[in-house]
Structure formats: structure tokens, C-alpha cells
Write a protein that binds this ligand. Sequence first.
Ligand SMILES: [Zn+2]
Length: 315
Amino acid sequence: MDIETFILQELHRANDRMPEDKANSIFIRCPNPQHSGGFERSPSLRIFTQAKMPRFKCYGCGWKGTWNDLADTLGLQRLNAAVEINDIPKEIISSSDLNNFLGFSHVVEQGRIKEREVHWYPDTVWRELPGPLLTKVGALLVINDRAQFRIRFPAYYLGKRVGHVTAMLFKPTNKAIPSYLESTHKTGRMPWSHRHVLFHDIAREILKKDPAKPLFVVEGPRDALKLLQYGIAAVALMGTQKTEDAKIETLIRMNARKIVILMDGDDAGRSAAQVLRKKLTRQYASVSRVKLPEGTDPFMLPKKTARSLERLYRS
Ligand SMILES: [Zn+2]
């Protein structure tokens, strides 16, 4: 369903608001209580359906906002990012649209691709991970001038954004397409991911609140998010080749009483776990390693199991 059909359908459910189609725009009677008690006679609230998140403006009282504001007022269905992303035909996104749309958002230039970042929508799930969690870790929705939508996880280190990874909204079916792309930011002279981990700050916050908790080190963002969802301190290495000394230093500096290595149950995961364990132990960290069954990863851990692992390694 396209956005306009969705909106018309919703408006028809609102008593007494019967949308009118004037000059290719949808007009309804303004529900603002400060405008004729919310029951003006002729429609002066216009809804613009061209944007990804439709907006409205009342020419009578000046009230304006997004579809979701209006939906809340009228008790109608809100739009979430997933709805938009699935349903927006790409050809309606012109570059001028992109420049107007989300004009308040941060514009990033990455090579020749211009993109915009907005906060992730708290009501939108991404690959089984709940919206409020994604919002909490600072996830962003990215729209680029090729009309592609992505999710982005900025890497924060002590409040400073040091880099980010960007992921497809849907798992690519083509195995040749990587699920995650790292930004090219540098820390000193090395790529940021040689020194930093993903979700450092939020994991550190959890450890600060409860220093007896262990710190889990996992491979990918989704593994870490799954644990963070349960309040478990976890950081993502960003792959199994990322065991540089600078990164070991970052992990050590998190001052966890216990570091638990939790890599995927495959060859790459097992060898990364060995390297990590050796390097961390050399720095006098107290390290344990959890071996997952072949073919499994931390994302598949049931909540109960994840929680009991955390209890097991408390100090
Ligand atoms: Zn009004």
C-alpha cells in the first residue's frame, strides 16, 4: 500500500473528518481544539503525502506536524519507518525531495553519496530487535541520494563519535553483499575499528552501575544488541579479524572484573576467541570463554540462557 492510500484509509475511519481532495492535496477539518473547538466547518488542514513521513499544516490556525502527531490526535494508526520503507516506490524520491525532507537532520557527505541521518524510530523493529533498544544505543535511520534506506550504529567512545557501521534494513539475500559497512573514520592513523568497539559507552555505563557484571565480547552488532537488550554489558568486535593490540587496550580500559569471550560457533569464531583470550590474559585480564555449539551465534541465545551466563560470570 502506498502512503497516500494508507492515509486516506485511516482518515475515513476518523468520524466526521471526511478527507477532501483539493488540488491534489488531502484536506480535512482541523481537529485542533483551539481552532473552532476542533470542529471547523470547512476543511483547512492540509496533508502533504509526498514526503516519507507525511506532514500536515492547518491554514486556519497554523498547527502543523507529522502524520504521527495527527494520528495520535485522531486516534488513528501511526506510520512507522518499516511501513514507509516497504511501501515507498523509489521513483517518487527526487533529490529535491531529499533536500526538503527531514531538513532538520544531519547531512553527511561520504564520498560522492550525500546522505541524511535521523534518529531511529522507537516504534520500529529492526531484524527482531526492538525500537526502544535501537533508539537507546543511538541507532540512526539513513537515507541517501540514491533513495536507499539503511540503519546505522555510531560508535561512541567516552561520548565522542569515532566511527560507525551501516547495515541493510533487511538481510541481503545475495551473499556477496556484506551485511555491514564500516565507515572510513580514522583514530590517529589507524581505521577506527582497529582501536574501538561498538557499544563501548553503553556497556561501560552498565558496568559502572553494577561493577560485578561481566563484559561480553561478541563478533557483530546484532549479537551485542541482543545481550544489551537484557541489560547485559556487551561490545561488538566487528568481525573476527579485529583483535588488534589497540583494541585489546580499549577492552582492558573498560575495567570489567571479568571479560567473557562469546564468539560464533564456527571456525572463524573459535580462532578469534583463542587469539583474544591469549592477548587479554597477557594484559592480566580475568578472561573466560564460552563455546557455542557449531552453527550457532549469541543472537540465538534464549533470554534465560543469556541471563544465566551473566550470573555465572558475576564476580
Ligand atoms: Zn486548525
